[in-house]
Each structure stands twice: as structure tokens, then as C-alpha cells.
Design a protein around this ligand. Structure first.
Ligand code: URA
Length: 435
């Protein structure tokens, strides 16, 4: 087999076989296929597009390029959850203990943040003592003991995707549904869970800005999961404004704790409730979404979800007092600044991407992989879309420790806030559920 012929076939829009895709991925990981041939293949795949069948096979080849987690030592149906990334998205911190409290084992691998979106691992590390890089033994041991563990990527998961993703980043071949879907799903399938829930974000703060393309991505990923024998559900949710009120690591942990106690923002809890209901269905603890929603409400109001959170934090070395006294345990920024409305009216839009970048400039995120983050800083919204506001009233509060980047962050945040005279319709948070 020759890489030249595989590129030519894709260029001429002919269907590729599993063996050809396998030859490409394995050869690229081993280094026998150079970057220039991989780049030519990617561009051909981008322009000609991959069929559904090719996308499923590419996913499988990338999954098989590295380790595949064996979670069989953990009894029960393991349900994983993945979000395509958003601003203020702290759902995993609520869902992991909430789902574990229902008796579904959660063995979750999460990532760090880059650009305008945050990462669960960075958020959890703002809890003093919390250890987010677990050995495989501790990871599985913790799930067996408490029902839940979250770790950064362990082992050599989907190296074919890792190398190809870096090449896509510099060859203008990122934004293609088949390539994104196979990239995400190769890692999810290798992570070893039995069932998968996907939270596909759509809007200004998301990868997918339009509902049509987000739906296409969600359907492609659901098809890949199901055809790999892992039942998969996707929820399409809004990311035109930040999720909840808090953006920034410790600030988001605090909001997640409030939510586990039944005191979180309405939009954020309603998304958590929907995602939890889908996970209960996947884990065969609820027969349908309505039963799942009621179950989520019961686990929150009884305090069981919050208790599970404290147990999970303690098991990973963090201070469990964070549940009762987050204000004492979590790091706090030294300075605060109010961002005020320039006129009276209603909040018409809050550009999630600009708000995410503003938080990153304060130090809550990274513009490059090597950047260090400040766990204490970020932004807490005081208003969300559709709410009335008076001139001079606070729309957001910035929490910061250094002046560096502050001015630019203020400008971005102010520019992200739009006030209109007429009350706009309330944005629809859950757009669709795809099975
Ligand atoms: N996230 C991934 O892991 N891969 C993509 O291609 C895009 C987003």
C-alpha cells in the first residue's frame, strides 16, 4: 500500500477502506508517513468530505492507535459525558457526584482549558489539595470506593488523533464535521465507558456557531458511538451567553457547589438536570427523561449529591470542608471591579466568546498551553439575557489580582454586553436531544 494512492483516491472522491485508513493512521503515528502527505490527505478529506462509513472507520483507527482503557474491574454500567466546550461550563463538577449518587459509576477523564473555554481539571485543582492526575490504579480504586473519580488524561489515549489534531490546527482543516466528530469520539471510545452522553454546544461561545452544523456534528457523533456498540445520546445546548453566572476556576467550583445544594442559577441547574436525566437513562436507572429529571431533583434536595461531592473531593486529596465553607476554603482574588450598564433597558445579548476571552486575560485561562492560570480570578455575571437593567447597575463583577491585561479585559467585557429597549425572548437553553 502507498500513501500516494490513498491521497489520490480521496482527492478523486473514491471511498476508502478500513485497511487504507489504518495504514495512514498507523504510518503517521510511527513516522513513516510524513507531515506533507498527512496534510495533503487532510485537505482532500476536508474538501471532498468523508462518508459516514469512512468517519466511523477513521474513528476506530485513531482509537486503536493507542491504549484503550479497561474499566471492567468497576461493576455496573459506566456512563461518560463530554462537552464540546463552552464559557462557564462547570457541568461535569455537578454531574459526576450527582450521577454517582444515583449508583452509576463515574470514571471520567477530563482536560485542561485552552483559549476562551475552561477545563474541568483546572477548575477542580482550585480546591486546595485536590489531586487531578491519578494513576490508573488510583483512578479505578477511587471509583470502586466512592463511585466517582475524575482525572486528567492518563496513558497514551488516541495518539493518532493527537498528532493529526496538531496538524489540522496549522493546515486550516479543523472545522470539518467528520474530522471533529472522529477526533472527539476516538478519545471517548478509548476512555472505556459503556455509554456516552454528549453535550454539544451551539452559539457564539462554542465551536459550532450555527444550529444546523451543531446538529450535524451531534448526529455524526451519536452514529459513531452507536455503531461502535456504545449507546450514545447528544444534547444540543445554547452557548450564546455564558452558562450560569460564574466564569473562572474557583468561582465556578463555588457555583457548582451552590448548584449541588439546590441554590445554583436556574439556567445552569436546568442543563445539569437534563444531562443527568439522560445519564440516568443511559445507566438504566431511569426509564425516561421525566423520571430522570425527578431523580435529579430528589438527589439534590435530599443532600445526597452534595454529600457525594465532598466524599469525591476528599478521596482525591482535596479539602472536603469546601462543601460547607467554600468562602473559607477556595482562593479569592484581591480586587473586584463592577462593570456597569451604560443605559437602561433589557440585556439583549452577552457575547460568550468575548466574555471567555476577558476571563482568560485576567488569568483564568490560557492563551498558550504553557500559560499558568490564577485559580482565584474571573467574572461573575450579575445579569443574564432578557433581564431588565438600569443605567449604572452592575452587569458583571471582575475578580482580579493583577493589572496586566485588565484594561483589555474591561473593554472586551463592556463590548460583550448589549442592552436593548425592548425585552428580547428568553434564549432556549436546551435545543434538542438526539438519540
Ligand atoms: N475537540 C477535539 O478533541 N477535536 C476536534 O477536532 C475539535 C474539538
Amino acid at each position: 500500500m502507498r500513501m500516494y494512492d490513498i491521497i489520490r483516491k480521496k482527492r478523486d472522491n473514491k471511498a476508502l477502506s478500513y485497511d487504507e485508513l489504518k495504514f495512514f493512521i498507523d504510518g503517521y503515528v510511527e513516522g513513516t508517513i510524513p507531515d506533507y502527505q498527512a496534510a495533503a490527505f487532510l485537505m482532500a478529506a476536508f474538501i471532498r468530505e468523508m462518508s459516514k462509513q469512512e468517519t466511523v472507520m477513521l474513528t476506530r483507527c485513531m482509537m486503536e492507535s493507542g491504549e484503550q482503557m479497561d474499566l471492567s474491574a468497576i461493576p455496573g454500567i459506566k456512563v461518560d459525558k463530554h462537552s464540546t466546550g463552552g464559557v462557564g461550563d462547570k457541568t461535569s463538577i455537578v454531574l459526576a457526584p450527582l450521577v454517582a449518587a444515583a449508583g452509576i459509576p463515574v470514571a471520567k477523564m477530563s482536560g485542561r482549558g485552552l483559549g476562551h473555554t475552561g477545563g474541568t481539571i483546572d477548575k477542580l485543582e482550585s480546591i486546595p489539595g485536590f489531586k487531578a492526575e491519578l494513576s490508573m490504579e488510583d483512578f479505578i480504586g477511587n471509583v470502586k470506593r466512592t463511585g466517582v473519580a475524575i482525572t486528567g488524561q492518563t496513558g497514551n489515549i488516541a495518539p493518532g488523533d493527537k498528532k493529526l489534531y496538531a496538524l489540522r490546527d496549522v493546515t486550516a482543516t479543523i472545522d470539518n464535521i467528520s474530522l471533529i466528530a472522529s477526533s472527539i469520539m476516538s478519545k471517548k471510545l478509548a476512555a472505556g465507558a459503556d455509554r456516552i452522553l454528549l453535550d454539544v454546544k451551539v452559539g457564539s461561545g462554542a465551536f459550532m456557531k450555527e444550529e444546523k452544523e451543531a446538529l450535524d456534528l451531534a448526529e455524526t457523533m451519536v452514529a459513531i458511538g452507536n455503531s461502535s456498540g456504545k449507546r450514545t445520546i447528544a444534547v444540543l445546548s445554547d452557548m450564546n451567553q455564558p452558562l450560569g453566572m460564574a466564569i473562572g476556576n474557583a468561582l465556578e467550583v463555588r457555583e457548582a457547589i451552590d448548584t449541588l445544594k439546590g441554590e445554583g442559577p436556574e439556567d445552569f441547574y436546568s442543563l445539569c438536570r437534563e444531562l443527568a436525566a439522560a445519564m440516568f437513562m443511559l445507566g438504566e436507572k431511569a426509564a425516561n427523561m421525566e423520571e430522570g429529571r425527578e431523580m435529579a431533583d430528589r438527589l439534590v434536595s435530599s443532600g445526597k449529591a452534595a454529600e457525594k461531592f465532598a466524599e469525591f473531593v476528599e478521596c482525591q486529596g482535596g479539602n472536603p470542608d469546601v462543601l460547607e465553607h467554600p468562602e473559607k476554603v477556595l482562593p479569592k482574588a484581591e480586587e473586584q471591579m463592577l462593570i456597569k450598564a451604560q443605559k437602561s433597558g433589557y440585556i439583549a445579548s452577552l457575547d460568550a466568546e468575548s466574555i471567555g476571552i476577558a476571563a482568560m486575560l485576567l488569568g483564568a485561562g490560557r492563551s498558550k498551553k504553557e500559560d499558568r492560570i490564577d485559580p482565584a480570578v474571573g467574572i461573575v455575571m450579575q445579569k443574564k439575557c432578557g433581564m431588565p437593567v438600569k443605567e449604572g447597575e452592575a452587569v458583571a463583577i471582575m475578580h482580579y489580582n493583577k493589572e496586566d491585561g485588565l484594561e483589555q479585559a474591561v473593554r472586551l467585557l463592556e463590548g460583550a454586553i448589549n442592552v436593548s429597549e425592548e425585552q428580547p425572548p428568553k434564549p432556549e437553553l436546551i435545543k434538542r436531544i438526539i438519540e
